[in-house]
Design a protein around this ligand. Structure first.
Ligand code: ADP
Ligand code: ASP
Ligand code: MG
Length: 453
């Protein structure tokens, strides 16, 4: 059994869905379980609608609901043509958008939106895409069934970034998913969404369908987890930033996890962990070019000093300064507990005798974090920073490589610099505006342009 996840661009319109259906049909002998995203861009539109409604702009929220309804129905009729079955499915889809219109009205009356209602909004994307793809699969002769992910993906109630309850997911996956596979059916689940034990809808955070696929794969002990997307695999950098980025055919789990954490959006940062725990290989393939070899992520890829470069530009530095600070036992623990209490994860840390600098990319609870850190000393917040990460399992053993990297970065303001304890990752904290240029310079240094070679 394998898990196949298709992202938004692989189900963006009728022709993308047709390609996706062909890919799934071609894998039928390997007993696939399919995890799908919302139609490309739908989740962002849903979140924008909720914000519009809550700010009292009901007319424009409803206009957006209607345009998303029209898009789904158009894709549906384009795939399946007119007919009673299509009309039945269209009615079910339409009911989801009616639900959204009611939710919009409620939000505009309340005048604000809670994380819980935001999740109810966002989840409509995956709830709407999955039945359309199932119908297209059935039309192509594949025996397939929609499984509501909220019956399988049990999470806590941390709306917007819910934590999965893996033991409960394993039980539910056996009951709702494995049984269908045994009967020769292809189960299709929406990614990204889940529910609490009491059935309240949650989401796993943006880009979370990859994570859903890995959780389902781990729960069912799949042979492989395949992430189907719009690029040929994991590349040496984001091709939207570095034009000349090239395919990595084989990479280690720990390298891929670092790249995901530091900006390689092709994988949600939590995706690798469930696969690692079960030793399940993860593959990344291009649904627009299914004949490619893709990327294989396993424990045993050959070591290299520099495997790839990642970057992200929405980073905030938090600095805590105090003269009595670091000598005192337990201070660092106290500081980290503040971040933990406020569900804010820290990416990079650097310490000196009198200060600690930490970076975060989620500022949802930053005001609370800062207020609670003040008991340890003066707290400063620097916004507008970015991270560039050079990743390679052999990096820490090669000081000439690090010297080359710093020389290639050139004369820029470095706010922080860190080599991870495992020596796999050199991270530079720079001004956000510099991230793309630094990524390109590092890429040119370690992966020289073919035209220049
Ligand atoms: P999906 O909708 O399939 O989940 P995403 O947009 O979330 O797709 O992820 C795919 C995108 O990730 C690519 O289009 C690419 O721009 C970006 N990306 C960032 N870093 C990398 C990288 N190192 N390798 C491949 N893609 C990357
Ligand atoms: N549809 C969700 C998002 O856009 C989840 C995903 O695509 O992975 O964030
Ligand atoms: Mg994604």
């Amino acid at each position: 059994m394998i898990v196949m996840k298709f992202g938004g661009t692989s189900v963006g319109d009728a022709s993308a869905i047709r390609r996706t259906v062909d890919i799934i049909a071609g894998r039928a002998p390997r007993a696939p379980v399919v995890v799908l995203s919302a139609l490309g861009g739908a989740t962002s539109e849903l979140l924008a609608m909720a914000a519009q409604a809550a700010s009292g702009n009901l007319v424009s929220a409803i206009a957006q609901v209607e345009s998303l309804r029209t898009r789904h129905l158009r894709v549906l009729y384009e795939l399946l043509g007119d007919g009673p079955e299509t009309n039945d499915l269209a009615a079910d889809e339409s009911a989801l958008f009616d639900e959204l219109a009611h939710l919009s009205e409620a939000l505009s009356v309340l005048g604000h939106v809670t994380p819980r209602s935001l999740d109810a909004f966002a989840a409509v994307g995956e709830r709407a895409s999955a039945p359309i793809v199932v119908a297209a699969l059935v039309r192509a002769g594949v025996v397939a069934r929609h499984v509501d992910a909220r019956d399988v993906m049990v999470t806590d109630a941390a709306f917007g970034r819910a934590e999965p309850r893996e033991e409960l997911i394993a039980l539910a996956a056996r009951e709702h998913v494995a049984a269908l596979v045994r009967d020769g059916c292809v189960p299709v689940l929406g990614g990204y969404i889940g529910a609490t034990k009491d059935g309240i809808t949650t989401t796993l955070g943006r880009g979370g369908s990859d994570f859903s696929a890995a959780l389902v794969g781990a729960a069912l002990e799949a042979e492989a987890i395949e992430i189907w997307t719009d690029v040929d695999g994991l590349l040496t950098a984001d091709p939207k930033v570095v034009e000349d980025a090239r395919l990595i055919e084989h990479i280690r789990f720990d390298e891929a996890a670092e790249l995901a954490t530091f900006g390689a959006k092709v994988l949600h940062p939590s995706t690798i962990a469930p696969a690692v725990r079960r030793g399940i290989p993860v593959f990344i393939f291009n649904s627009h070019r299914p004949s490619g070899n893709g990327t294989r992520i396993t424990f045993d890829a050959p070591r290299s000093a520099v495997r790839a470069i990642a970057g992200k530009s929405n980073v905030v530095i938090v600095k805590v300064r105090s003269h009595r600070m670091l000598a005192a036992p337990g201070i660092l623990r106290g500081i980290f507990e503040v971040f933990e209490r406020n569900k804010t994860s820290v990416d990079v840390v650097a310490t000196s005798e009198v200060s600690v600098s930490l970076t975060v990319d989620d500022d949802q609870y930053l005001d609370d974090v800062v207020a609670q850190l003040r008991v340890f000393g003066d707290v400063g917040v620097e916004r507008g920073r970015g991270i560039v990460a050079l990743v390679g399992a052999g990096l820490g053993e090669s000081s000439p490589t690090m010297a080359r990297a710093l020389a290639a970065v050139g004369d820029v303001r470095l706010h922080m610099l860190s080599l991870s304890a495992t020596g796999i990752n050199l991270t530079l904290i720079v001004d956000a505006t510099e991230v793309s240029a630094i990524m390109c310079r590092l890429h040119d240094e370690f992966f020289p342009r073919r035209s220049a070679a």
